[in-house]
Design a protein around this ligand. Structure first.
Ligand code: ADP
Ligand code: 5GP
Length: 187
């Protein structure tokens, strides 16, 4: 079994931005592609961004015990980590990166223990989170309010992670994440 690095954060905290930067700075990292029951958005591709499944296909995989963990992250929409994905990435000798919701992050850390490093990306404030979601311009005002309402609850999970990185100054946050990841891989 190889190592795993888990990233969780309230939507809009800057997790995607940080993880993309990290992948250009540290070699041997590979994303776990999750399965989801939602429809593809924009330019998203099956097998690259997600494995897009129908609700029935998703439920069948749950009953076949194909997932390490899965959650209904948004009402009616399920997301999960496939066991086959972990085996595929470890077979390549890579460290697996996860982008999962806070509950999934805590669950994966519980399962993999010291083989996993869990990182919570914290926004400087809820106000700044709103500014970033508005600035990103990918969600309707209604979706933004839903994400902010959820953020309050999600922040309560931060203490369950190995490392909390406040993403205020981006360069500083990337530096902290890089240092922790390099140290963890070298262990
Ligand atoms: P997440 O993946 O957590 O939902 P994103 O990485 O998409 O968040 O970031 C949300 C928005 O905030 C994006 O428009 C991104 O460019 C911007 N952003 C990310 N980090 C910072 C930062 N440190 N300061 C200001 N804006 C940021
Ligand atoms: P999206 O904006 O892609 O619809 O929402 C993704 C949300 O689901 C994010 O919070 C992301 O971290 C979470 N997510 C994606 N894949 C998984 C997964 O495999 N398991 C869990 N628990 N959450 C996931």
């Amino acid at each position: 079994m190889g190592k795993l690095i888990i990233f969780s954060a309230p939507s809009g905290s800057g997790k995607t931005t940080i993880v993309r930067r990290l992948m250009t700075l540290v070699e041997g990292l590979e994303f776990s592609v999750s399965a989801t029951s939602r429809q593809p958005r924009g330019t998203e591709q099956n097998g690259k961004d997600y494995y897009f499944l129908s609700g029935e296909e998703f439920d069948r995989k749950v009953s076949e015990d194909a997932f390490v963990e899965w959650e209904e992250v948004y009402a009616g929409t399920k997301y999960g980590t496939l066991r086959s994905e972990l085996e595929r990435i470890w077979a390549e000798g890579h460290t697996i990166l996860f982008d999962v919701d806070v509950k999934g992050g805590v669950r994966l850390k519980d399962i993999f223990g010291s083989d996993a490093l869990s990182i919570f990306v914290m926004p400087p404030s809820i106000e700044e989170l709103r500014n970033r979601l508005v600035g990103r311009a990918t969600d309707s005002p209604e979706k933004i309010e839903q994400r902010i309402a959820k953020a309050d609850e999600e922040l309560g999970y931060a203490e369950k992670f190995d490392l909390v990185v406040v993403n205020d100054d981006l360069e500083e946050a990337v530096g902290k994440v890089r240092e922790a990841v390099v140290g963890f891989i070298a262990k």
